[in-house]
Design a protein around this ligand. Sequence first.
Ligand SMILES: *C/C=C(C)/C=C/C=C(C)/C=C/C1=C(C)CCCC1(C)C
Length: 267
Amino acid sequence: MMSNSNGLKKASVLGLGAITTFTANQAFAASGALLKPDDFVGISFWLITMALIASTVFFFLERDRVSAKWKTSLTVSGLVTLIAAVHYLYMREVWVNTGTSPTVFRYIDWLITVPLLMIEFFLILSAITKVPVGVFWRLMVGTLVMLIGGYLGEARYMSAWPAFIIGMAGWAFILYEIFMGQAGKINATSAPPSVQSAFSTMRWIVTFGWAIYPIGYFFGYLTGAGPEASANALNIIYNLADVLNKIAFGLIIWSVAVSESQASASK
Ligand SMILES: *C/C=C(C)/C=C/C=C(C)/C=C/C1=C(C)CCCC1(C)C
């Protein structure tokens, strides 16, 4: 009973938040251009905004279904999609009005959401065993190097290639930690099968799903295509990557949380 009415309360708070953001944004939109039917990049910004809002509501409400130690993981998944949804509203605005890449909003979003995604690795392991904080800090350092490198290149503080290489080094450091470093070892030695399987899927997402971003950067800055062609490619690629890396990633965590909660309830 209690958790039901809490759920409803949460849903209405969220709904209100979404509507407010949306209305404020519409007022802002009225001053500029509107979405055109042949602007497929602009349309992708819209579609993904809606998917992100829906995912946020879903993750927050589903917290009620899982046992206590999994709730934080679902909260973090919902925060990732919420933060991204708000940024997508602004990014669409920049795109529709100027036809240029919303680089600053994109990186502010990443600066918050990528660390939160890294924390998920830490959380799913912490739900089952004690994890040294060094794991957490190494994942943060890798993230910062990756994003600062990318930003320096995209905002043209640095030439595109060297910045790209710095970014790639940060990502490689993250991959090392989750495959061969301490996080990987803790998973292999102490996690139950369902956590191991979620950990391994999450790890492949960070490998192949995240690889889509440097591919986007490549088409955006390193091929020498015209500015318009490359801005289109860059944004559509980054947008699709976000669907996988924010929404699908959250769904994997949700599914292990639900199955582990049921398993421990039936014990
Ligand atoms: C929700 C947003 C996510 C998961 C963003 C992830 C971004 C990356 C994995 C970016 C990677 C990059 C490199 C590996 C090289 C330099 C350029 C970047 C920043 C695009």
